[in-house]
Design a protein around this ligand. Structure first.
Ligand SMILES: Nc1ncnc2c1ncn2[C@@H]1O[C@H](COP(=O)(O)OP(=O)(O)OP(=O)(O)O)[C@@H](O)[C@H]1O
Ligand SMILES: [Mg+2]
Length: 284
């Protein structure tokens, strides 16, 4: 018989939440658009999804999903808000949690508050199938966040074709590979002017990732520059609802379908409790 207390002690529960991280070496390349729209598509298939906006640079998942969270994770720590005050439902079936502070700041919050968070969040996350993490670009706390990176099931590396974006995104991938972190990796070249030139850039980039960083790229994707993206942001409607047939929308759908496929195929390396702990940098 399944014993939940025993499962907790063993650091495993039958609930297997999948952790998807969307990251990049450069700002403004489309991370939040991709993260929010993957979340919306997953929710449409009936999955329970939490979108964790861990970026303070321009935390705009709320704009993309048309809600304005008054409280953030920072309020949980500093103003003693409850978890239910900081996790917001949206009309797209996605739950939204904004960090209000860089993820790296959360790593340094007092462990006493973290234990409070962990207890509450664990109960909440038990009903989630997916946690999508939309990150900023700073890598200066990479080692403090190592636990988080280790439990990712799918990593979406977003770049544009610009040399600096490619270079910085390569650096993140290389850091992960050097530390033996091996999630499923999707590489997206966004804002492409045309598919042909983007394909050349993408192929070269993936070759470099595989040969010099030792990354095993699961799939490559091209998103073209399309006004539908901006229009969806202006109208505060997720792109996949606003312009479902646009190329960027279809690209995000393809990524989402692959994520769903890999959920069907495999059980992650890490248990539920371990994953939840790692999101907030709780050791032990
Ligand atoms: N394929 C695209 N075509 C046209 N515009 C795009 C495309 N992708 C993104 N954009 C535009 O770029 C802007 C920035 O996108 P987004 O906020 O998702 O980037 P980000 O990487 O999350 O940025 P930050 O690093 O600031 O968090 C969006 O407001 C959107 O209008
Ligand atoms: Mg963003």
């Amino acid at each position: 018989m399944f014993d939940q207390a025993q499962a907790l002690r063993n650091n495993t529960l039958t609930n297997d939440v999948r952790i998807i991280m969307v990251t990049s070496g450069k700002g403004g390349v489309g991370k939040s658009i991709i993260a929010a729209n993957i979340a919306v598509l997953l929710a449409k298939t009936g999955k329970s999804v939490l979108l964790f906006d861990a970026d303070v640079g321009f935390a705009n998942s709320d704009i993309l999903l048309g809600v304005t969270p008054k409280n953030t994770l920072k309020d949980f720590f500093l103003n003693k808000k409850d978890l239910r005050d900081i996790v917001y439902p949206t009309k797209y079936g996605v739950w939204l949690l904004s960090s209000g502070a860089d993820v790296q700041d959360i790593v340094v919050f007092k462990s006493e508050s973290k234990n409070r968070l962990f207890g509450d969040f664990l109960r909440f996350a038990q009903s989630m199938d997916y946690i999508i993490i939309d990150t900023g670009t700073s890598m200066s706390y990479f080692d403090e966040l190592r636990g988080l990176y280790e439990v990712i099931d799918s990593l979406i590396l977003v770049t544009t074709g610009e040399p600096t974006a490619l270079m910085n995104t390569y650096t993140i991938a290389k850091l992960m590979a050097m530390r033996g972190i091996t999630p499923e990796v999707h590489v997206v070249v966004n804002m492409a002017k045309n598919i042909r030139s983007a394909r050349r850039i993408l192929e070269r980039f993936v070759m470099v990732l595989e040969r010099f960083a030792g990354i095993d790229v699961t799939e490559q994707h091209i998103m073209i520059f399309d006004n539908s993206v901006k229009n969806s942001v202006v109208n505060q409607i997720p792109l996949v609802e606003h312009s479902a047939r646009s190329q960027p929308s279809l690209c995000i759908r393809r990524i989402t379908n692959m994520i769903l496929k890999s959920e069907e195929l495999g059980v992650g390396k890490f248990g539920f409790v371990e994953k939840i702990k790692s999101i907030f940098g709780i050791g032990g």
